[in-house]
Ligand binder design. Structure first.
Ligand code: NAP
Ligand code: SF4
Length: 683
């Protein structure tokens, strides 16, 4: 019988020799555990939780088939991340036997990074350095190419011996196989370069020979770049030609890859509209007879169901949503979609960690990748817990404490849940925060947390609780600028939360996370591009690969003109936005550049008057300048709001102080949620 809410999502997929229990793939994610887990036990625990949650098929993080295909750093050797010798088989068998306790199938992703490898030994079709790697690659000769194919084959055979249901051959995102396909990176004149037939010879040969070696009853997924988003990328006609050849070579499934890593168009960040790329996969439907998977910014069961119902694909890949909530599928199946922790597309704890050589986790789920270290066991003694502050720190504490069986009362002066999340949600491109607040509201109701909103919790109200948690957040820092009390000066709270009108010429004081957010808010008008796909595609210059190579519009990005002239300032001399997210900072900087935001570093704020903001430069306070603006917005950082914590201590109650109330500097929701969850895990 089909599922009442998600009939497409929960339809099994028959692959002939095996059947997937539903239409959802947990897409490949490098978590960093691949590089550190020498036994496979941590990864086994991580995958087992997701498998128990009911996902149909899992693809592991990228695993290198040989030495030249991956990172050269020594910590990587002898861990899960390599399939270059038989020693890897028992490590991987831990994972496959764990997952096979359930109905879920699991494939190993074989990743050859080619010129993206962070190693002086990297190889590529041609010796052209990538813009995102310091190492120029060595050009492979005929023998070298044959070796790469043989290594893909050996690694696939080892994967089969380790108990995998199949492999995914990574052919997209600008990695090794993709590098052969486009002229941008392949300048060869032998049988592996030149014509398109020659350039696609390598991926086809890899699939063909892997199939030959593993036999018929083994899944081969080929991840195919459907829109390269780089100059000289493939046309859609070429994509179809490759897909057909990959099917003939023996692939079981084609998965979608979107954009090369070096592309200057965001593909998965939170400001990318939901299901932004499913139209690309849909174009391939009907051209091949094997199942096709679509991917990127699909983060709720309803979106996934709609994608399938619209005929965009046979299956949906979601990756980060399974970091956010291992039970995504089980909750969807049981009518508990509102209780699914949503992936907000922030990258803050997943990709940003991986690109900083740290283990991944998830902003909304600090247990992700820490399954063996952090558990939320039922409490031995149920305590009464008072939490003051319903921002991310307080909400996370309440959720975990209540889940463990404590009796939780949550206070907030505001009449709505969410604290600073309510500020973030107002920024165009950060609409996912609405969903995060809704999730917490649903969880609070489900777990029976007593909400005392609109309540100023004082010492008297907090007496008698077994545990008192102060998560009162932050207050804006006073920058002490002469004239800042004038009518032309606003705080970020006035702008983002209170909707106070702002003039046409604006100076934003402070270029941290909030200064950037305010600037982004001020340069938009009307519908947020994150909620209007056509508008977003125009803003970033995304075209149809059937009309323009690689899907890059010839006219480039066409952003809407900003309704205001905005100047963003900081006192430090360094480039603005240096502290923004590792994988998303460039998007914020590019978005403001497109709107002609003027960025000024190394200033002193001399005074504010009715003419505008007076600044000077450097320690000698040189070059006095008037920025003739109508409005000045203060985004000068934040300080801990500790007055309640101090009052409690004076009254002899020792509270747990968390989130911004604890440390305001470099506060973000990731730290707040992590701290709150870990505190509540220990009550
Ligand atoms: P911040 O990132 O620490 O930035 C504070 C800014 O104020 C800096 O540009 C600083 O630059 C300036 N500043 C500091 N003291 C000043 C003073 N006395 N006078 C004038 N300017 C001063 O703090 P934030 O912008 O408040 O951001 C932190 C918050 O942002 C967190 O709550 C987080 O949740 C949120 N957030 C984070 C992100 C993210 O990407 N992680 C994004 C958006 C929002 P100078 O000292 O050089 O002038
Ligand atoms: Fe999603 Fe952010 Fe969690 Fe990454 S850290 S999985 S982007 S919510």
């Amino acid at each position: 019988m089909s599922h009442p809410n998600f009939p497409n999502l929960f339809t099994p997929l028959d692959l002939g020799f095996t059947t997937l229990s539903n239409r959802v793939l947990m897409g490949s994610m490098h978590t960093g555990l691949e590089d550190r887990d020498a036994t496979g036990e941590q990864l086994a625990a991580y995958f087992l939780e997701r498998a128990k949650g009911g996902v149909g098929l899992i693809v592991t993080g990228g695993v290198y088939p040989n030495k030249e295909s991956g990172n050269g750093a020594p910590i990587h050797k002898g861990s899960f991340g390599w399939m270059d010798s038989d020693d890897a088989i028992p490590i991987h068998a831990h994972v496959t036997s764990a997952v096979h306790q359930t109905d879920t199938k699991i494939c190993l992703q074989l990743l050859h990074t080619g010129r993206y490898a962070y190693s002086p030994d990297c190889v590529a079709p041609s010796p052209i350095k990538s813009p995102i790697s310091p190492f120029p690659p060595k050009e492979l000769d005929e023998e070298g190419i044959e070796k790469q194919i043989a290594d893909f084959v050996s690694a696939s055979v080892r994967a089969q011996k380790a108990g995998y249901d199949g492999v995914e051959i990574m052919g997209s995102e600008g990695y090794f196989l993709n590098q052969f396909i486009v002229t941008h990176t392949n300048k060869r004149t032998d049988r592996w370069g030149g014509s398109y037939e020659n350039r696609i010879r390598l991926p086809i040969e890899v699939v063909r020979r892997v199939r030959e070696a593993v036999g018929t009853d083994f899944i081969i997924i080929y991840r195919l770049s459907m829109i390269d988003l780089v100059p000289d990328g493939s046309t859609f006609e070429e994509v179809v030609q490759l897909a057909k050849a990959i099917e003939r070579a023996g692939a079981t499934i084609i998965n979608t890859g979107i954009g090369w890593h070096e592309a200057r168009i965001p593909t998965i960040a939170t400001s990318v509209p939901r299901r932004a790329w499913t139209w690309v996969t849909k174009k391939l439907m009907g051209h091949v007879s094997i199942p096709v998977i679509t991917s990127n910014r699909i983060n709720t069961p309803q979106v996934a169901e709609d994608v399938l119902a619209d005929g965009c694909a046979d299956m949906v890949s979601m990756a980060r949503p399974f970091l956010a909530d291992a039970e995504f599928m089980a909750k969807a199946k049981n009518g508990q979609s509102a209780l699914i922790a949503p992936c907000i597309g922030c990258n803050q704890a997943c990709l940003d960690h991986v690109f900083s050589m740290k283990t991944s986790s998830c902003l909304v789920n600090p247990r992700a990748c820490y399954e063996t270290d952090l558990s939320y066991e039922p409490a031995a003694i149920a305590k009464s817990v008072a939490i003051v502050g319903a921002g991310p720190a307080g909400l996370a504490t309440a959720l975990v404490a209540a889940e463990r069986g404590h009796k939780v009362t949550l206070f907030d002066r505001a009449t709505e849940l969410g604290g600073q999340l309510n500020i973030a949600k107002m920024v165009p491109g950060k609409e996912e925060f609405f969903g995060l607040i809704d999730y917490y509201a649903a969880q609070m109701a489900d777990l029976g947390v007593e909400l005392r909103l609109g309540t100023n919790a004082d010492v008297a109200a907090l007496k008698g609780f077994d545990e008192v948690v102060v998560a009162t957040g932050v207050t804006p820092r006073d920058p002490g600028i002469e004239g800042q009390d004038g009518p032309n000066v606003l705080s970020y709270i006035d702008v983002l939360k209170n909707g106070t009108p702002v003039g046409k010429r604006v100076a934003v004081i402070g270029a941290g996370g909030i200064g950037f957010d305010v600037a982004e808010f001020l340069v938009h008008e009307g519908k947020s591009p994150a909620e209007d796909l056509d508008l977003w595609k125009r803003e970033w210059g995304v075209g149809d690969p059937a009309e323009t190579r690689g899907g890059l519009r010839t006219e480039g990005p066409q952003p809407h003109a900003s309704p205001r002239q905005v100047t963003l300032l900081q006192r430090k001399k360094q480039k603005l936005g240096k502290g923004l997210g590792k994988t998303t900072g460039w998007i914020h900087r590019a978005a403001l550049k497109m709107k002609d935001v003027v960025e000024i570093a190394g200033v002193n704020y001399e005074r504010i008057d009715s003419d505008g903001l007076h600044i000077s430069y450097g320690e000698a306070r040189e070059n006095p300048t008037l920025l003739a603006v109508d409005t000045i917005v203060l985004c000068a950082g934040q300080l801990p709001e500790r007055s309640l914590a101090d009052a409690l201590e004076a009254a002899g109650i020792t509270p747990h102080v968390i989130g911004g109330a604890d440390v305001a500097a470099e506060l973000d929701a990731k730290r707040a949620i992590n701290q709150g969850s870990r505190l509540a895990a220990a009550f």
